[in-house]
Design a protein around this ligand. Structure first.
Ligand code: IVH
Length: 660
């Protein structure tokens, strides 16, 4: 236990911290870190006087203050003016140009957290303060010290004040909310609230556990350091040991590049590990900044482009309950429809009884709605000040809304469940299975989409997949979807109609009919009609079909609901045939086809698929090896070549007759 060893440990842990939190490149494992950390604590406990100001053990918190001291900012902490669209950005640029004809800007991400001022004396962190009203903030030094991307000691012994944003990453936010949920505590509405709530704790061990982070983006008095450009200030602050957002910051001189930067990050926004609410545009040159000056509250040399709002207000007109595939009951808010970031929202999840009661939601309330990453948006908070007194209290249901059996609240869970195994709600599970890869392989229909579509009433039974196109317009408006993704889903559904029988058989979810058995049955019966007509005796006589499976199959096809559903699938154009080797058609088998001209009743892709499914091949050019040329409207030179080579020619009508 020597002072040398302590110094060695401090350096080692500091470097590990920097690599992990600032550079995002860990160099030692968590176990190694903990090991050295414990050793350092031990030395410091025995020799408290040795403890260094930059010891990483200071990060764990534990300091408890009685109240927040007020701090006066020597240079006011200004906020930024906002612009909301392209023409306002251009107007800002034009105004700047009147004073600075050829401005250069630094574009930065607008981190959605809370701003902080950090004061260092001789390179040591002496104070961290919130913005407050811009002139007077609060001392949050004890909490700031727990944030690992904020250096306790700088690489130079300077007196300096820097400013930046404390924030919580999306992943830390999710972890925190999961913990809140497990402990039946109210969740935080968003990472910004969570970060703000964490730095406003009197006990710093709370902030220490919250995994906060900080980007530094402003040096209030750069000229004191002989710095003449904001971009140089960023480089300098990074050199001192701060985390600047240098991988995303960009110096830009052309207005079109500036607009492109904004559009890039508007798209990239969701991929970032932290939330941003806009883009900050700052004039780079400090002398240009000074020439432009300030208005009362904001600099004229910078502005913030704000992304369209993520939250809107609307009326919660009713609460409806849905049953999930596990039997879980979810209350859903029925909303007066509103538009949010380009889509129409009429429902939002309320998760469970505790969520509704925790947020004190009543029917008739004005609520704020946020789009989370999921398809279904959520209610963030109630605007209690807008209550009229006519709102109705929420009451949790006691019976399943589908099968009316008494609900059960599982121990240690906030949710109620319908335990009835025959409850139609179990349908969701069946729908997920039907669309899955080994069954009908409807690409894009993951569990969540099926469940969400079910909950929204678009999917109740298998035939509904094939009727989804009727709701195309509405679906395109859903959170997380656009024209392209819905078109892709509908195309995948259409494609699945042509699946060979074994996929449908497996997808139907007949007990005991797994993937392998579905194939056995399909190859044997070749068409669903023959399987449906098969008696128990016929079934058991087939090799590999046991008594229980035979019973299940017979029972399945005795059920009139099932028969009706299969008839509907047929009407909707589903293939019911086994398309394996048995489907070879004499007219097509082992023949090479060439298509030319436009076919009117079928797409070229479908025509090719049909030919291939019947044992034929397609080629792109006519040669002596070509067996048939299919000629549509306005054929090309391939037609003449076919005539010259005396190759049989089919017109569209003949082709269609052959494939039907
Ligand atoms: S610069 C005088 N840069 O946005 C310039 N602010 O709406 C001061 N913010 O109060 C601010 N990211 O809390 C700046 N890269 C960034 C920022 C940023 C987030 C916050 C900050 C500020 C607010 C203004």
């Amino acid at each position: 236990m020597t002072i040398e060893r302590m110094n060695e440990l401090v350096e080692l842990l500091k470097e590990a911290n920097y690599n992990y939190h600032v550079l995002d490149k860990p160099t030692i494992t968590d176990q190694e870190y903990d090991h050295y950390f414990r050793e350092l604590i031990l030395i410091e406990e025995h020799h408290p006087k040795w403890r260094r100001d930059d010891s990483p053990t200071l990060r764990v918190g534990g300091e408890i203050i009685d109240s927040f001291d007020k701090i006066r900012h020597e240079i006011p902490m200004l906020s930024l003016g906002n612009v909301f669209n392209e023409s306002e950005i251009i107007a800002f640029h034009e105004k700047v140009k009147k004073v600075v004809p050829h401005p250069k800007y630094v574009c930065e991400l607008k981190i959605d957290g809370l701003s902080v001022s950090l004061l260092y004396k001789k390179g040591k962190l002496v104070r961290g303060a919130t913005r407050g009203d811009g002139s007077v903030g609060e001392d949050i030094t004890h909490n700031v010290k727990t944030i690992r991307s904020i250096p306790l000691v700088l690489n130079e012994k300077v007196d300096i004040e820097v400013r930046g944003e404390i924030y919580m990453s999306k992943s830390s936010f999710q972890k925190l909310n999961k913990m809140c949920e497990q402990n039946h505590k109210e969740k935080f509405a968003n990472p910004r609230n969570a970060a703000a709530g964490s730095v406003r704790q009197l006990d710093s061990s709370v902030a220490a556990k919250r995994n906060l982070d900080c980007f530094i983006y402003h040096l209030p008095n750069p000229l004191d350091y002989n710095i003449y450009y904001h971009s140089d200030a960023l480089t300098y602050m990074k050199k001192l040991g701060f985390t600047t957002n240098d991988s995303h910051n960009q110096t830009i001189a052309d207005i079109n590049d500036l607009l492109a930067y904004i559009s890039t990050y508007t798209k990239k926004r969701d991929e970032l590990p932290y939330e941003i609410d806009g883009i900050v545009i700052k004039v780079d040159s400090i002398s240009d900044q000074n020439r432009l000056g300030f208005t009362a509250r904001t600099p004229k040399w910078a502005t913030a482009y704000k992304f369209p709002a993520m939250e809107v207000l609307t009326k919660l007109s009713a609460i409806q309950f849905t049953v999930g595939r596990t039997g879980k009951i979810t209350p859903n808010a029925i909303l007066d429809p509103v538009f949010l970031m380009g889509s129409r929202i009429a429902r939002a999840t309320l998760h469970n009884e505790d969520y509704v009661k925790g947020k004190e939601i009543k029917i008739g309330d004005i609520v704020s709605i946020r789009k989370a990453g999921d398809v279904i948006p959520e209610v963030v908070e109630v605007k209690k000040e807008r209550r009229t007194g006519k709102e109705i209290d929420f009451e949790m249901i006691r019976d399943c809304p589908i099968c009316h059996i008494k609900l059960v609240r599982k121990e240690k869970e906030a949710a109620y469940y319908c335990m009835n195994s025959k409850c139609p709600a179990k349908k969701i599970e069946a729908l997920i299975h039907y669309a899955s890869r080994n069954a009908m392989n409807i690409e894009g229909f993951g569990e969540h989409i099926v469940e969400d579509f079910y909950n929204m009433g678009y999917l109740k039974d298998y035939p509904d997949f094939y009727r989804l196109y009727e709701h195309k317009e509405e679906l395109m408006e859903l959170e997380g979807f656009g024209e392209k993704s819905i078109t892709n889903l509908l195309d995948a559904i259409e494609k699945s109609k042509k699946n060979s029988l074994e996929r449908l058989l497996f997808g139907l979810g007949i007990r005991q009919v797994g993937q392998k058995n579905a194939k056995i049955l399909a190859t044997h019966f070749k068409h669903l009609d023959f399987l449906m007509d098969a008696t128990y005796e016929t079934l058991v006589s087939i090799k590999d079909v046991g008594e229980i499976m035979a019973q299940n199959i017979v029972r399945y096809f005795e059920n009139s609901e099932h028969l009706k559903m299969i008839q509907t699938l047929k009407k909707l154009g589903l293939n019911m045939e086994y398309l394996g080797k048995v489907n070879i058609d004499e007219s097509f088998a082992n023949k090479t086809f060439v298509l030319t001209g436009t076919l009117e009743s079928i797409t070229r892709e479908e025509a090719k698929q049909q030919i291939e499914s019947k044992g034929g091949k397609t080629a792109s050019s006519v040669s002596k090896k070509t067996d048939v040329v299919i000629v549509g409207k306005d054929p090309g030179s391939k037609y003449q070549k076919a005539v010259a080579l005396s190759i049989p020619i089919w017109d569209e009508e003949l082709f269609i007759r052959k494939i039907r």
